[in-house]
Design a protein around this ligand. Structure first.
Ligand SMILES: Cc1ncc(COP(=O)(O)O)c(C=O)c1O
Length: 374
């Protein structure tokens, strides 16, 4: 029976690899029997969630027997005012992961192509594979910098979506304003350019290309944002896109009616206006970034300057082994093997004490590993 039905699994699923998330703290506690673990693996906000979001959730606990607002009216109206766009330009997902799937479900027939940076966020490929699409990976250049000419050259008559991640996960590098507009001028209006700006709110570079500006100029762009990073609501799953109303009209058809739960919607509205939380989160990140840069320089490790809340660093040793060594010291990071970078690690910028502890554990682990080799 099982054999028979498995014959009918859609062929594209054979190539599908489930997403491997950053290792949860509870797993490490269980597996290694240690406490006092710090997780710098999933680019979460170390300053925690917005207090105003927590209060909004508390006030909504009496409404749990009701379905959420399927039209997401309040959240959409707040986001529309926040970004100075019309409400029909917004589509909200159960995390931006879901929005990525929406785009692929809407536009990809089997054999159609998406173009993505490499290394980058794995969900683009996942969502395209799910639809039996092909993923064309464009390697980033020297220092993991974008050269958008390479992306324009990768477009074929089967390309339906170009996913640009800026700033990019896992490299922290970004697209410059003038480069993006020149690229968009070269791209057919039959192709959707999705700009995943999950880390937008952390950006400090003045020449960063704001996808929204280009959308407002009329280009075929869909900007993606999330409440999981700076806004600190990763557990609640709220991400969204801003794009042309006629695109929203179709993408909205593949959305489940109650895809974003009520607590997530009220918390997102509150977090959007929690200026104090936003300011603290940015400050923690900006200062932590400098502390980690300095630590890496002291250890003689090459790092990629970042516009996000994480840093990619070349440790010069096997990153899988280093991951395990750090784990034994209660520090969870992301090893670069996942991104095809076997000596690199990606570390989320933490609180000051977490950064100090990570740097000490890193120094010690690398020393131990080098001694073992000798
Ligand atoms: C570039 C990028 N896009 C999207 C996401 C997913 O965000 P969400 O939590 O909104 O699904 C992440 C999460 O790490 C990310 O790094």
């Amino acid at each position: 029976m099982t054999d028979t039905i498995l014959k009918h699994v859609r062929p594209s699923l054979h190539d599908l690899k489930p997403y491997i998330p950053g290792k949860p703290i509870a797993d490490v506690q269980r597996e290694l029997g240690i406490d006092n673990i710090i997780k710098l693996a999933s680019n979460e906000n170390p300053a925690g969630p917005s207090k105003r979001a927590q209060e909004a959730i508390q006030q909504s606990l009496f409404d749990l027997h009701r379905y959420p607002d399927g039209g997401q009216v309040v959240l959409k109206s707040e986001l529309a005012a926040y970004h100075n766009v019309s409400e029909d330009m917004l589509l909200i997902g159960n995390g931006s992961d879901e929005v990525i799937s929406f785009f692929c479900t809407t536009f990809l027939e089997p054999g159609d192509e998406i173009v993505v940076p490499s290394p980058s966020f794995s969900e683009y490929k996942f969502a395209s594979t799910l639809m039996a699409g092909r993923t064309v990976e464009v390697p980033l250049g020297e220092g993991f910098e974008y050269d958008l000419n390479d992306f324009a050259n990768a477009v074929t008559d089967r390309t339906r979506i170009v996913f640009l991640c800026s700033p990019n996960n896992p490299t922290g590098t970004y697209i410059r304003q003038s480069d993006l507009e020149a690229f968009l001028q070269r791209i057919s209006p039959e192709i959707l350019v999705v700009i995943d700006e999950a880390y937008n709110e952390y950006v400090e570079a003045p020449d960063y290309a704001q996808g929204l500006d280009l959308l407002k100029k009329g280009y075929n762009v869909a900007v993606m944002r999330t409440f999981s990073k700076l806004f600190g609501l990763a557990a609640l799953r709220v991400g969204y896109t801003i794009t042309k109303p006629e695109i929203v009209n179709y993408v909205n058809r593949v959305r489940e009616p109650f895809n974003v739960n009520h607590l997530a919607q009220v918390a997102a509205v509150a977090a959007l206006h929690d200026e104090e939380h936003i300011e603290v989160s940015r400050k923690v990140n900006s200062e932590g970034k400098q502390a980690l840069y300095e630590g890496f320089r002291r250890l003689g490790m090459k790092y990629i300057p970042t516009e996000t809340n994480f840093i990619l660093v070349d440790t010069g040793v096997d990153s899988k082994e280093l991951f395990q060594a750090l784990l034994r010291k209660g520090v969870i990071i992301r090893d670069g093997g996942f991104f095809g970078l076997p000596t690199w690690i990606r570390v989320t910028i933490g609180l000051p004490e977490e950064n100090t502890r990570f740097l000490a554990a890193l120094e010690e682990s690398v020393k131990e590993m080098k001694l073992e080799v000798k």
